[in-house]
Ligand binder design. Structure first.
Ligand SMILES: NC(=O)c1ccc[n+]([C@@H]2O[C@H](COP(=O)([O-])OP(=O)(O)OC[C@H]3O[C@@H](n4cnc5c(N)ncnc54)[C@H](OP(=O)(O)O)[C@@H]3O)[C@@H](O)[C@H]2O)c1
Length: 280
């Protein structure tokens, strides 16, 4: 059965319609049934234009009185969660399935705070705000295939969805795709700086580096080939690209550095989880 079968459509309540929450709401409003939703409520004191217009036209209930929801989507900052948990319990009943995109909070922490058992924990990234993100998700033990299907449908407005994964893999998701956009921005910065060092004016180096990353990303999005194949296609033996790649791919070069960087992010994710367990 598809998620859009009428008997399976759910009352969804979105808590927090900031950058990520409103990106999801925009996507759901385009095809509520496709997202598995019969009616949508949004709890947000400062909603953006999309949500306000949807509320004015009756497609969204904005800040309604709480009642147990079928789906409760948490898109508030993790640091807001502790102070909001008691109020959020009014949205939770025995059947409520909670989907959280709050970075770093585990399904066990959410379960303990809200008293629910079926929980999805997702890690989106910043391009999700424009529908071009990559999100990994994990499910609590009480969930089954239905919850996996619902979670994918709810997260799809943010872009690619990967899961269900093991919850123990979420630190790796955070290190690869959650933090990944920062690595790419650094690549633009480093390429522009190298261009300036090679004799380009600052504005030209910045524009060339930026557009190169945008263009390479668009090629990846357009063609299904493996990135290694695409790299080889632009690398003539003995040519200029090969000379640069010899440096980047030497021991201690980009692949080794990236592995170390991701390892450091995974380690930090585990430390932060321990710190927040101690505080809870
Ligand atoms: N942005 C990203 O790239 C990214 C990446 C990965 C994960 N995430 C996760 O996604 C979540 C949302 O991020 P975001 O960038 O969309 O944050 P955001 O723009 O700050 O949006 C959160 C919204 O929720 C509101 N809010 C806070 N507590 C609330 C409550 N109890 N009830 C109703 N509304 C409440 C906030 O209002 P106030 O401003 O008044 O508090 C704000 O408007 C975070 O947990 C973050 O960890 C974001």
């Amino acid at each position: 059965m598809a998620a859009s079968d009428a008997s399976r459509l759910k009352h969804a309540v979105l808590i927090g319609a900031g950058r990520m929450g409103s990106a999801m709401a925009r996507g759901w409003l385009g095809d509520l049934a496709g997202a598995g939703i019969s009616r949508l409520s949004v709890v947000e004191l400062a909603p953006g234009d999309d949500v306000r217009e949807a509320a004015a036209s009756g497609h969204v209930a904005l800040n309604p009185a709480p009642e147990p929801a079928d789906l409760l989507i948490l898109a508030i900052k993790p640091q807001s969660f502790g102070g909001s948990a008691d109020a959020l319990k009014a949205w939770v009943g025995p059947q409520t399935f909670v989907v959280s995109i709050m970075a770093g909070l585990t399904t066990a922490q959410i379960s303990a705070a809200l008293g629910c058992e079926k929980i999805a924990r997702a890690m989106p990234n910043t391009p999700g705000a424009i529908g071009m993100g990559a999100t990994g998700f994990a499910l609590s033990e009480a969930c089954d295939d239905d919850e996996a299907e619902m979670t994918s449908a709810l997260l799809e407005p943010l872009g690619l969805v990967v899961g269900p994964l093991k919850e123990s893999q979420m630190d790796a998701v955070t290190a690869v795709s959650g933090s990944g956009p920062a690595y790419v921005f650094l690549l633009v910065e480093a390429l522009a700086a190298a261009g300036r060092a090679a004799g380009l004016h600052e504005a030209d180096a910045n524009a060339l580096a930026r557009e190169t990353i945008i263009g390479a990303g668009a090629l990846l999005s357009e063609f299904a080939e493996a990135p290694a194949d695409m790299r080889q296609q632009v690398t003539s033996p003995g040519g200029t690209t090969a000379a640069a790649l010899d440096v980047l791919m030497a021991p201690g070069g980009m692949p080794d550095l990236m592995r170390k960087a991701v390892e450091a992010a995974v380690k930090r994710g585990a430390e932060l989880a321990k710190e927040s367990e101690k505080k809870a």
